[in-house]
Design a protein around this ligand. Structure first.
Ligand code: TXA
Ligand code: MG
Length: 325
């Protein structure tokens, strides 16, 4: 009765991939792992199929989707034009957790881009995603496979929890290796602008491009008032509990003691001393703590460098900092 199939994360079973590819070609929905989080995929050139993604996620129709591609040639076929940095970026970082926003080709349906003149493109590195793209021979539109407003899914169980009944097939390859989503880089701006920090770090981008800018809502200083691109105008995820963030473990423990004296139920996010590990587990920890209905979730922020920038961004959104205007 289940629509979940376990696959090997390194060399996924042919029959499962062929079945998933056939569902996509027929306009169905397939959830699949990427190196960042699980995606909810549909045939990107089929507007009706893409609308099913929005319905399943209860995602507002103004929030555009990322299109996943098999290779650079497929990416170019979906762009009207690409700036010169596109080649250098794809050569260095694809396949991988970098999404590039470029001018869209006419054949990309408005459903995908929310009627924008641009399209977000990414070539994933996870063997299951790559094999699926090769088998389907289609671009796959895929947002994270969570219900809108829930933490992104890093395990197939999270997809089942949020979307179980609405997906035709879930490819379960175990936990995703990175845990936070791809970096979204807007190439329509000069210098390119990070709309969402993620798996490819700002430092890595700057080593290739020189300066990149950080969308206002991403930078800590401006987070409280600045709002930039789509998806930045809304807090992505709001736990029932109040999230409080700290710059040091000592500050967190003082606050924890104070809350305990008030008989509050608290959950402390683990692994904050290691940004990579925190990236891998943060969304799963939020789901677990939410399910325990704690009153407060406390977390020490990782430093604003490397993958820590992405983790800080997700934590600040969960705390509601970035949504205040
Ligand atoms: O790692 C990831 O990127 C995952 C996996 C599944 O690939 N996908 C993902 O998709 O996180 P989603 O839909 O949850 O986030 C896509 C982000 C949103 O913030 C959206 O607003 C932005 O990309 N985006 C998509 N198209 C855009 C465009 N044309 N211009 C600006 N931002 C865009
Ligand atoms: Mg998402």
């Amino acid at each position: 009765m289940t629509n979940l199939v376990k696959v090997d994360p390194q060399s996924p079973q042919r029959d499962a991939i062929e079945k998933a590819a056939a569902i996509l070609r027929a306009g169905g929905l397939v959830a699949f792992p990427t190196e960042t989080v699980y995606g909810l995929g549909a045939h990107a050139l089929d507007g009706v199929a893409v609308r099913r993604i929005f319905a399943a996620k209860e995602r507002p129709d103004w929030d555009p989707l990322i299109v996943h591609v098999r290779d650079v040639a497929m990416a170019r076929s979906l762009a009207r034009s690409v700036p010169s940095v596109f080649n250098a970026l794809t050569k260095r970082f694809w396949p991988g957790p970098l999404t590039l926003v470029v001018e869209k080709a006419a054949r990309v349906p408005d459903e995908v881009t929310a009627r924008r003149p641009t399209v977000a493109l990414r070539m994933p590195r996870h063997p299951v995603a790559a094999t699926l793209l090769a088998a389907a021979r289609l671009p796959i539109a895929a947002p994270s496979a969570n219900r809108f407003g829930r933490p992104s899914p890093t395990r197939a169980e999270h997809v089942v929890e949020d979307l179980g009944g609405c997906v035709d097939l879930i490819l379960d390859a175990g936990p995703t290796p990175m845990g936070v989503e791809s970096t979204v880089l807007d190439l329509m701006q000069s210098p390119p602008a990070i709309l969402r920090p993620g798996g490819i770090t700002r430092e890595e981008l700057e080593s290739l491009l020189g300066k990149v800018s950080l969308a206002a809502s991403v930078s800590d200083e401006l987070a409280a008032e600045g709002l930039a691109g789509p998806g930045m105008t809304t807090k992505h995820y709001a736990p029932r509990a109040q999230v409080e963030l700290f710059e040091s473990g000592a500050a967190l423990h003082n606050r924890a003691d104070e809350l305990r004296r008030q008989n509050k139920r608290i959950g402390i996010v683990e692994g904050a001393d290691d940004a990579q590990r925190l990236a891998r587990t943060i969304f799963a920890q939020m789901r677990t703590l939410d399910a325990q209905s704690v009153d407060f979730i406390l977390c020490v922020l990782p430093r604003a460098e490397g993958i820590g920038l992405a983790v800080r961004d997700r934590l600040r959104r969960a705390a509601g900092v970035a949504k205040k205007r």
